[in-house]
Write a protein that binds this ligand. Sequence first.
Ligand code: G3P
Ligand code: CA
Length: 290
Amino acid sequence: MHARVIAVTAVALLGAATLLTPTHHARAGGTGGQVTIVAHRGASAYAPENTLPAVDEAARRGFTWVENDVQRTKDGELVVIHDDSLARTTNAEEVFPDRAPWKVKDFTAAEIARLDAGSWFGPAYAGTRVPTLTEYMRRIDHNHEKLLLEIKSPQLYPGIERDTLKLLGNEGWLDRQHLGRLVVQSFSADSLRIVHDLKPGLTTGYLGTPSATDLRAYAGFADLINPSYTSVSRNYVTTVHSYDGPHGRPLGVFAWTVNDAPTARKVAGYGVDGIITNQPDVMRQALSAP
Ligand code: G3P
Ligand code: CA
């Protein structure tokens, strides 16, 4: 445990470089006792979630890995937003008062581009936009960041897996070098299987806690098993690590969403490979303390 918490400092400072293999594919599991810190929805405790300021803030604080959520507009644009409704994180109710329940899929990209996705968080972020996935990928490339991309609610968006991979390819994120900086994850095993079949070289993560008996099947298409921290145990992590994933490496475990120091230390002690958090600074501090 002591060696583990010291190692996390290096991981945070080096930007989770330990996830990279010599072939530049994101490494799944077996990170040699180091814990990768992932800024959930960007540095979402400090800037509005899933926006460009949130990924800039993560980079500014020295965190290389960020997580996001991808959905699709009425006219087929991929955008970065968590809820399937625009209501919580934008001023859609004000701008489009007759469009309840303000579902992302019912608005065009041009309409969403008019919305303020920052004021709800704080006046300093007034005028921040819902980023398109294209804008987002360009910004994290510019920032030299790495991405845990979640395809959110894929059942609402048939074909979103192919759309996402097409965009990633067009933006240069499916070349050998970028593949080492990208993981695609989903709560939907079906969606993840589609992603794996379309682009077998891509690292994938399943969001959930499959039973021990189901893990062998998941290991056919998922490199990571990413459970809620509330459902993880030392025994579960050990069991997950005992399976090799689709790229012949032990499955990894990234637990979410951990925001306090005692829980960070607890799940790190279980042997998880990564922690997904709104509070990356708190995680770094917690896991670096003797
Ligand atoms: O990355 C894990 C986490 O993002 C899953 O939950 O609801 O925040 O997308 P949610
Ligand atoms: Ca997410």
